[in-house]
Design a protein around this ligand. Sequence first.
Ligand SMILES: C[S@@+](CC[C@H](N)C(=O)[O-])C[C@H]1O[C@@H](n2cnc3c(N)ncnc32)[C@H](O)[C@@H]1O
Length: 286
Amino acid sequence: MTLTLQQQIQQFYDASSGLWEKVWGEHMHHGYYGASGTERKDRRQAQIDLIEELLAWANIQQAEQILDVGCGIGGSSLYLIDKLNASATGITLSPVQANRATERAREAGLKERSTFLVADALAIPFPDQMFDLVWSLESGEHMPNKRQFLQECYRVLKPGGTFIMATWCHRPASPPNNPPLTSDEQQHLEKIYQVYCLPHVISLPEYETIAQEIGFQSVRTDDWSNAVAPFWDVVIGSAFTPNALFGLLRAGRTTLQAALSLGLMRQGYQRGLVRFGLLVGGKPED
Ligand SMILES: C[S@@+](CC[C@H](N)C(=O)[O-])C[C@H]1O[C@@H](n2cnc3c(N)ncnc32)[C@H](O)[C@@H]1O
């Protein structure tokens, strides 16, 4: 039976999220190792530092209603509720993640200020202008239609609200300034797509153009590849402990395959092909 991309993503996260939480904790994203990637620190602290650095970079100091697009098990949502004294709604394709995020919110005493549900970011099930912060941390790479993804994030933002995204990109590849991707680079990306259930990634300048065309104002972008690349060495180190290996075998083929292919991301950063892109933009006031 051929699964749709959505079903593949759902099954991937349904199967792997429990193990990830056990080995790594609630954050399913890169860590931040200083601007040049040379700081050494506890891996969980590195992930929290990434959230803090994103907030500082985007100058986000307050929010009342947050939408966390691709929320995982609610790592960012609960952190942001606490940090910004806000309420948050998280959406994910994985029922296992939505349930676990809800359970974690209850455990943290944040149930009244959070909602987690299974929903598609390409058809966000909320009316226009509901949220003053739309946050997407490492979910954009899964979206088959990047324009529709940004369009939906824009639609649900209140005027004056902020959208921030951090996502996997490929290097800029538009001539004449940047050579097109070589077939070897394209093949490397295809392997990453297959292992991590990604339809395709685009470059950061492409995201910037789309955001501007949609109507976001004061758009800024940045490339934090150097700051986050050491994450993959740490993940590789953690994957091959006896406990993790046992969990990997139990989690099934796709999770095991993802673990065995961690080197693809490390090499992707090393050759400058894989990039960690940031974008922030505002919705104009009415
Ligand atoms: C790498 S995890 C990141 C989780 C979380 N943002 C974090 O940093 O801990 C990617 C998330 O994107 C979600 N996702 C992927 N495609 C999606 C879509 N079309 N709609 C909603 N969520 C999606 C997955 O279900 C998963 O929760």
